[in-house]
Design a protein around this ligand. Structure first.
Ligand SMILES: [Fe+2]
Length: 298
């Protein structure tokens, strides 16, 4: 069975302070020295990026391009079948290539014209406060590497396939982009670790894993589902619940496997009302009010 993104951070620094990617055993790139060296190069480009400038151009390998082609051609029919209308339109507007990996700077330029959002390069896992807070400034931190070519339908980390084919599908929609901004503003007001976790969990069960009804059918708008071949094929088999903040912040989940519980909005309007009400009410006490504890996993 496929497993979907697992948020470990493979970025480490050597004694000279140089950043390297180290994959744990079992990672598809673990024994591939050339892939590791390539990933180090992508990380170095992100670390030397000057904020406010476009993401650096990456020299993608033939294997990267082939991998992008494989996954995007596998996902496209599923996205056409299962993605919510706004997400399908956003993907059409983004006009992503299917035969080669795009440069993040090009995608970011098109995204900016559609909704004002831009992609900023991420060398590794971005701290929660920075990741969510920057959404208020129309900035989405994105990795630029492509998953290992040996398993094109699997990535143990959020790669550019997830960021662009998943998040891009909603960041390029004006209505969804507005929701990302509201989450960003809420994160800036969160003040405490507990409240920030509450924001993170609501984001997880909406903009990462959310569903909404269209003409009586459940459709996908969550980036993790939209970018995961296995989950996009089988999400209707999961337990599906109505939107509920309390359940979202306390529902246990495992980032290393499929999400057994998903939350569906009856309409996009309902999702906007739900997220708008939650986000506008976030303050330093939100987490403790909802029973989120500082040591709670995620
Ligand atoms: Fe994501």
């Amino acid at each position: 069975m496929l497993k979907e993104p697992q948020l470990f951070d493979p970025l480490v620094r050597d004694l000279e302070g140089n950043a390297h990617i180290v994959f744990p055993p079992g990672h598809p790139g673990h024994a591939d020295a050339a892939y590791q060296a390539h990933r180090d190069m992508v990380v170095a480009a992100a670390l030397s990026h000057v904020p406010g400038t476009p993401p650096p151009d990456i020299v993608y390998t033939a294997q990267d391009h082939a991998c992008w082609q494989h996954i995007s051609q596998a996902l496209l029919p599923l996205q056409r079948q299962h993605a919510a209308r706004e997400a399908r339109q956003a993907l059409e507007d983004l006009a992503l290539p299917t035969d080669h990996a795009p440069q993040l700077a090009d995608v970011s330029w098109r995204l900016a014209k559609l909704t004002g959002f831009t992609f900023a390069p991420a060398a590794g896992i971005v701290p929660l406060a920075e990741f969510y807070g920057s959404l208020a400034d129309d900035t989405f931190h994105s990795t630029q590497f492509i998953r290992h070519h040996s398993r094109p339908l699997f990535s143990p980390e959020p790669d550019m396939v997830h960021e662009v084919l998943g998040h891009g599908a909603t960041l390029a929609s004006p209505r969804f982009a507005a929701l990302y901004r509201q989450v960003g503003a809420a994160a800036r007001r969160a003040e405490t670790r507990e409240s920030l976790k509450a924001v993170s969990r609501v984001f997880w069960f909406t903009l990462e894993y959310g569903l909404l009804e269209e003409a009586g059918e459940l459709m996908v708008y969550g980036a993790s589902l939209l970018s995961a071949y296995g989950e996009l094929s089988g999400f209707r088999d999961m337990e599906i619940r109505p939107l509920d903040v309390q359940q979202m912040v306390t529902q246990p989940y495992d980032v290393t496997s499929y999400q057994p519980v998903l939350f569906a909005a009856r309409t996009l309007d309902e999702l906007e009302d739900f997220l708008g009400a939650f986000c506008s009410g976030v303050d330093g006490d939100t987490g403790s009010r909802l029973g989120v504890t500082a040591d709670q996993k995620w």
